[in-house]
Design a protein around this ligand. Structure first.
Ligand code: SF4
Ligand code: FES
Length: 258
């Protein structure tokens, strides 16, 4: 296959960017999208030019590091697929493909296709963990978890933190990511003891990072490579609402505000 790539090039965070065109020749249809960028980069390096900066790590759809908007769609538009698992057989010989970074105020471009997604790390650090001592490895059935709860926790835990949900949302909302992380722990007994503090802290941090509001357009769910359901946003809203109410009750009981 021979392709034309239109790639966003930007030297650094505060410099202006622009689309630059490259030819990608003799591409094998079984190559992944990132391997095509590797091919283009090898040619650029051989010519003494700056290679295209892009993020990747596992290249197996596990780590959430790859982050490309391909032809206007985060991760390229193949349902349940990360950019690193998108193969060129999905495209046609002679295609022109536009490649851009995630676009969101809270994910500033650092260079070319690389964005700073540390806002997600700070949201996790605000409460996306269990701090109670859960002891050693218990017997399989020592802590009964109903299957329906275990399945929901597992579905939420499959979020790889890639940020495509933010990139796809017209409001740059991070609700799907935060909802997955809050729901994952809220569905398990080990996560319940801190559920109110967690919901408040993570939602507050999400707001502090400048992510937008959710208007339920569903674009996040459509591009999510792990097919995280919008239902988790409803679950997060319930967790957050309960935390607010309990906090309000506690404040009243302690003779505080209200
Ligand atoms: S919810 Fe989906 S799109 Fe958003 S960070 Fe998690 S895996 Fe990525
Ligand atoms: S590089 Fe790890 S998910 Fe794409």
């Amino acid at each position: 296959m021979n392709l034309t790539l239109r790639v966003w090039r930007q030297k650094e965070r505060n410099s202006p960017g622009r689309i630059v065109e490259y030819r990608a020749s003799n591409i094998i249809p079984d190559m992944s999208f990132l391997e095509v960028l590797d091919v283009v980069n090898e040619e650029l390096i051989a010519k003494g030019e700056e290679p295209i900066a892009f993020d990747s790590d596992c290249r197996e759809g596990i780590c959430g590091t790859c982050s490309l908007v391909i032809n206007g769609i985060a991760h390229g538009g193949q349902r349940g697929t990360t950019a690193c698992q998108l193969h060129m057989r999905r495209f046609k010989d002679g295609d022109t493909i536009t490649v851009e970074p995630w676009r969101a105020k809270s994910f500033p471009v650092l260079r070319d296709l690389v964005t700073d997604r540390s806002a997600f790390d700070r949201i996790i650090a605000a409460g996306g963990f269990v701090s109670v001592n859960t002891g050693g490895c218990p017997d399989g059935n020592a802590l009964p978890v109903p299957k329906i709860e275990a399945d929901a926790a597992m579905d939420a835990a499959s979020c790889i933190g890639c940020g495509a949900c933010v990139a796809a949302c017209k409001n740059a909302s991070a609700m799907l990511f935060v909802a997955a992380k809050i729901s994952h722990l809220a569905h398990l007994p080990q996560g319940r003891s801190e559920r109110e503090r967690r919901a408040l802290a993570m939602v507050n941090q999400m707001d502090a990072e400048g992510f937008g509001s959710c208007t339920v357009t569903g674009s996040c769910e459509a591009v999510c490579p792990k097919e995280i359901s919008l239902d988790f946003i409803a679950k997060m809203n319930r967790e957050y609402g309960k935390a607010i109410l309990k906090g309000d009750v506690r404040i009243r009981a302690e003779g505080g505000a209200g």
